[in-house]
Design a protein around this ligand. Structure first.
Ligand SMILES: [Zn+2]
Length: 326
């Protein structure tokens, strides 16, 4: 099926899921925002954000089917084909350099790349394995889980074990001490099931490290429909610290430690979406290295006091959570 046909499917909410229920607690939903379009890849189709009347979880509506999402990911996402461009070459050089470690110390570490330790770590949704190299360098015994076969193959070439099955079907030979969900849980069609599976593959006392966009972020209100982290139709759930903590507790995790950061890149991408996104068209400016760098420096230097304050008052753009399996 082609992308245009998939989008046709996504446009028909009634046919996707007639129940219209919260994916966490099954309660009824209320519409809080409509007219959202894909500001990154230009996937055709219009979405809404609906909030659960009971638990407060916000979710993208309609929810695409697993089969549709799989095709969309293969066509558009991450390792979906962009290699060797100026943007990707500069990006890879940057991530391998000492400048990256320096940068995340200043800007915030959305993927836990500064955490050292030991034991068995699995990076769930590891893409082409950039994080695997970093976690291994930080002392962990590292494996990955990645559904995109092309990305998983690249990660394996760097010497890591990368599993390609669904997390639901994953039966590791030994339990892990750490599971990383770096900007992954918000993509899950069933986040409760995902956390329950993470708990299943962790050793007792093992940790889950989660990062995802904060639905209470100030940037969401500033940029409205252009907020980069709506990311429809790929982001299914939009968590706050409260909804995430509740879900973690239900999945058997204790001591959820939450903090917030606002990466300059995320500010930049919301700016670029606001300036350049056109419905149905790929937003090429998101891959413009000069514009990106300029806006990141602007965000860091000029907006620094506001972002600092937001991070400490619950309105940062990225939630970071570390919790321990009971
Ligand atoms: Zn709910």
């Amino acid at each position: 099926m082609e992308i245009a046909e998939l989008a046709q499917d996504i446009r028909k909410p009634a046919e996707m899921d007639p129940k219209e229920r919260c994916i966490l607690c099954g309660s009824s939903l209320e519409r809080i925002l409509s007219g959202l379009t894909d500001t990154r890849f230009g996937t055709p189709g219009c979405h809404e954000i609906r909030r659960c009347r009971r638990c407060g979880l916000e979710q993208t509506w309609p929810v695409p089917s697993l089969a549709d999402l799989k095709k969309l990911y293969e066509a558009q996402y991450n390792f979906g084909g962009e290699t060797g461009t100026l943007y990707t070459r500069l990006r890879e050089w940057f991530f391998a350099s000492f400048l990256y470690r320096l940068w995340i110390r200043v800007d915030g570490d959305i993927s836990f790349h500064l955490r050292s330790g030991s034991g068995r770590l699995i990076d769930i949704g590891c893409n082409e394995g950039r994080g695997l190299r970093i976690y291994a360098r930080n002392g962990f015994q590292v494996e990955g889980l990645e559904l995109n076969a092309a990305a998983a193959a690249v990660a394996r070439r760097t010497g890591f074990a990368v599993h390609t099955c669904l997390l639901d079907d994953f039966l590791p030979t030994a339990a892990y001490d750490v599971a990383v969900l770096s900007n992954v849980l918000e993509h899950a069609l069933n986040p409760r099931q995902m956390l329950s599976d993470v708990s299943r593959i962790l050793a007792r006392g093992g940790q889950v490290w989660i990062s995802l966009p904060n639905s209470k972020s100030r940037l969401r209100r500033v940029f409205g429909r252009s907020w980069i982290n709506w990311h429809v139709p790929f982001h299914i759930s939009h968590f706050s610290a409260e909804t995430l903590r509740r879900l973690l507790a239900e999945a058997g995790f204790l001591n959820a430690q939450t903090r917030q950061i606002t990466p300059a890149l995320w500010v930049t991408q919301s700016f670029i979406a606001w300036l350049f996104a056109r419905e149905g068209r790929k937003n090429a400016q998101l891959r413009n290295p000069f514009l990106t760098l300029f806006l990141m420096v602007f965000a860091k230097l000029v907006l620094f006091p506001v972002l600092w304050f937001d991070n400490r008052s619950g309105r940062g753009d990225c939630l970071l959570v570390v919790a321990r399996k009971a």
